[in-house]
Design a protein around this ligand. Structure first.
Ligand code: ATP
Ligand code: MG
Length: 140
């Protein structure tokens, strides 16, 4: 299996409840290494652009409001099969459907306030990493 990088966000519902360390522990226990990390307040323009693929969905405005409602932690994770591994440890989008022990099953409040984001493909991971980080920020 190839060593890969993926992009992750710890969302405002999780930072509000002071769960950054617990989420990071889950990621590390899953074999993912945090090679870049920054806590930021996302702007409306950043959230609209980041989730642009969902622009036509009914939940888009609420999602942008949620993602800008408090601090987020943007991260780059590295490990074997990192994109799929991270999606696995995150669990399903809807916490009611997420497998036991996953981050969303343990911590998410709702289908919207679901604690973490993870890239859904290696191609999107590269785009999302470049959206928030410079190459020199990544220390693998
Ligand atoms: P993410 O992209 O954040 O990793 P995902 O890939 O599991 O999550 P997407 O379908 O890409 O899910 O949706 C992006 C985000 O939009 C979800 O994580 C969630 O915060 C929000 N969302 C998705 N579906 C709904 C919904 N039906 N109602 C409200 N919010 C939703
Ligand atoms: Mg997604």
């Amino acid at each position: 299996m190839a060593i890969e990088r993926t992009f992750s966000i710890i969302k405002p519902d999780a930072t509000r409840r002071n769960l950054t360390g617990q989420v990071n522990a889950c990621l590390e226990e899953a074999g993912l290494r945090i090679i870049a990390q920054r806590r930021i307040q996302m702007t409306t323009a950043q959230a609209e652009s980041f989730y642009g693929v969902h622009r036509e969905r009914g939940f888009f405005r609420d999602l942008v409001t949620f993602m800008t409602s408090g601090p987020v932690v943007v991260q780059v994770l590295e490990g074997e099969n990192a994109v799929a591994r991270n999606r696995e440890v995150m669990g399903a989008t809807d916490p009611a459907k997420a497998a036991a022990g996953t981050i969303r099953a343990r911590f998410a409040e709702s289908i919207e306030a679901n604690s973490v984001h993870g890239s859904d493909s290696a191609e999107n991971a590269a785009i999302e990493i470049a959206f928030f980080f410079a190459g020199t920020d990544l220390v693998g």
